[in-house]
Design a protein around this ligand. Sequence first.
Ligand code: SF4
Ligand code: SF4
Length: 97
Amino acid sequence: MVYYIVGAILLLWFLGGLSRKLRRRNKVIHIVEDNCTGCKRCIKRCRRQVLDLAGDETGKHVVVKHPDKCTACGDCVKACKFNALEIMDKRERKYKS
Ligand code: SF4
Ligand code: SF4
């Protein structure tokens, strides 16, 4: 009986993870540059080194350096206090190469 319960829990855990992965497959992080202050909180939070800081005539702001590495986990979105990050569909986003 215990084996059935443990097996069911493991199966649910596996299916939950698979479902989350499939939902995120076509998602990627997007920067709302006008809101970004360049505080770097998101860069420190991202474990996959997706983000980097860049400067231009408007000042310093974050850029998506490695969009292919982004898992759309949302950790950086939670870390940003300025509403400068959002998860969006990859097909809507065009990156410069
Ligand atoms: S946490 Fe937000 S405001 Fe700070 S650098 Fe990242 S995107 Fe910009
Ligand atoms: S969504 Fe996750 S993987 Fe993508 S940039 Fe943010 S913290 Fe990194």
